[in-house]
Design a binder for this molecule. Structure first.
Ligand code: ADP
Length: 480
């Protein structure tokens, strides 16, 4: 089995202490992906020093040169998307179709931000007697800490803009998807990012996170992960660093009485079961107003029954396993809690995954008549589990939807556009969808939550605004 390494100061090297961890396929524990360095504080310090020392070549390369490098990286991904997707499916578990889409999306991210390299600019201001203008400069060393559920599209939407404007990058992928992270760095280097401008550090966040986050040379931290980890990073980082923290969700879909129940059921099921429910924008609660409830439940159950659970490499499989043993135990534990609370399961999908050996499979689960105060209605589950709830009115549905700590995505199914616009105003969420699933967002539209879902400083993917996070603005007064 291949032993993989960190990339620091232009060289592929093991962790200083030689420690390693292994990753296996969550659909088939006999399929070993590789062994990776279990980095610690010493490795983090080396990476920070290396990128701080090495980033100048990239910063001074010129915007057009950086644009061409990022475009070349996108070309490489497109050429190899098939092989890259197979590795991603083996490593993380998602279906081969989702893995292919994700790599292609990452190529698109690279192209989007390649363009921003040459579009990022300052402004001039009409001031008598002076030429007053702003210049944008790279912040310096950017730290990207990323999760496993989108192990390439999330890193690519953070690292591409960071590089586009000439920052150095330290990339700490999730320990659950280390190979995908490594492939991204290999491709960036092959495309022409100078070796000194990027470091890859594999390992568990708990072992090296503090050393990275507290390092004075790290000027900006872009993080996607859980709320507790985000809180920890916020506390450790201190006042001098830029922070972009995107965290969990407990996303609702409200169905109004004028909706087509079949369409509503499809939208709920797509939001709940896509990516095995492991998206921070997944639909976790569906709140149905009026008399449609039974019909909507029937449609969600029909969709759940149509899911084909198994190894994502099989092209007929529509839902892969959960990514880790911990997630598997957590999700099944929450299902047990729901059952223990006396909740009714309208559909309890088979958990065997078509007989795959040792896979972390959980079939789709549809809980009905879930009260607001149930644990399942309040806590993020991150699995293919959806809770259906009844509401007397639009107002009651919104109150239920807003009763959780998170505020990432929310959707409504209705033909009444006036109501839909009320919803956009009334709902506590950073992403509002009308007549489409909570999950699935545009490439270039601002992304980010409110409440516990985000620290709400800088949106991701925010068009020109995205460079606010990755650049420092200086105001220059020029008098003759
Ligand atoms: P998840 O449960 O989705 O894995 P985490 O918040 O645990 O969410 O992980 C998201 C990312 O944060 C991963 O790359 C992980 O290694 C990293 N991480 C975990 N703990 C820490 C920490 N204490 N400091 C910095 N990064 C961390």
């Amino acid at each position: 089995m291949t032993a993989h390494q960190n990339f620091i100061a232009g060289a592929w090297i093991p962790a200083a202490q030689g420690a390693t961890f292994e990753r296996r396929n969550p659909a088939d524990q006999s399929d070993r992906i590789g062994v990776f360095p279990a980095s610690a504080a010493e490795d983090a310090a080396r990476a920070v020093t290396a990128v701080e020392a090495g980033r100048q070549e990239w910063a001074t390369a010129g915007a057009e040169a950086r644009m061409r490098v990022l475009e070349r990286a996108a070309d490489i991904i497109e050429e190899r998307a098939g092989d890259l997707a197979v590795e991603l499916t083996r490593e993380e578990g998602k279906t081969i179709a989702s893995a292919t889409t994700e790599w292609r999306r990452s190529a698109a991210n690279l192209r989007l931000y390649a363009g921003e390299a040459v579009r990022t600019r300052g402004e001039t201001f009409p001031v008598d007697g002076s030429l007053v203008h702003t210049r944008r400069e790279p912040v310096g060393v950017v730290l990207a800490i990323t999760p496993w559920n989108f192990p390439i599209s999330i890193p690519s939407r953070k690292i591409s803009p960071a590089l586009a404007v000439g920052n150095g990058v330290i990339f700490k992928p999730s320990e659950v998807a280390p190979l995908t992270g490594q492939r991204f760095v290999e491709i960036l280097l092959e495309a022409g990012v100078p070796a000194g401008a990027i470091a890859l550090l594999q390992g568990r966040g708990a072992d090296l996170g503090e050393a990275l986050v507290t390092s004075p040379e790290v000027k900006a931290i872009t993080f996607t992960g859980s709320y507790p980890t985000g809180c920890l990073i916020h506390r450790l980082a201190g006042p001098d660093k830029r922070l972009q923290l995107e965290m969990g969700g407990k996303n609702p879909c409200i169905v109004l009485g004028d909706a087509d129940p079949v369409r509503a059921g499809e939208i709920i099921a797509r939001g709940a079961f896509a990516l095995t429910g492991q998206a921070c924008t997944a639909t976790s609660r569906a709140i149905v107003v009026g008399d449609l409830y039974d019909e909507v439940v029937g449609e969600v159950v029909k969709q759940a029954a149509a899911v084909r659970l198994g190894n994502g490499l099989d092209p007929d499989v529509t839902m892969g396993p959960l990514a880790t043993k911990t997630q598997h135990e957590k999700v099944l534990g929450m299902v047990d809690i729901g059952k223990g609370e006396g909740l009714t399961l309208a559909f309890d999908g088979d958990d065997t995954g078509g007989g795959e050996p040792g896979g972390f499979f959980v079939g789709p689960k549809v809980f009905v008549d879930v009260p607001d105060d149930s644990l399942l209605a309040q806590e993020e589950i991150f699995g293919p589990v959806v809770c259906l709830q009844r509401a007397e009115s639009y107002e009651a549905a919104v109150e239920t939807a807003n009763s959780v700590e998170y505020g990432l995505a929310a959707s409504i199914v209705t033909k009444d556009f006036a109501r839909a616009l009320d919803f956009a105003k009334d709902i506590e969420a950073g992403i509002v969808k009308v007549n489409s699933a909570t999950g699935g967002v545009a490439l270039s539209a601002p992304f980010g939550g409110i409440k516990h879902s985000s620290n709400q400083t800088y949106k991701e993917q925010a068009g020109h605004g995205v460079m606010d996070f990755y650049t420092t603005v200086k105001t220059v007064y020029l008098a003759s």
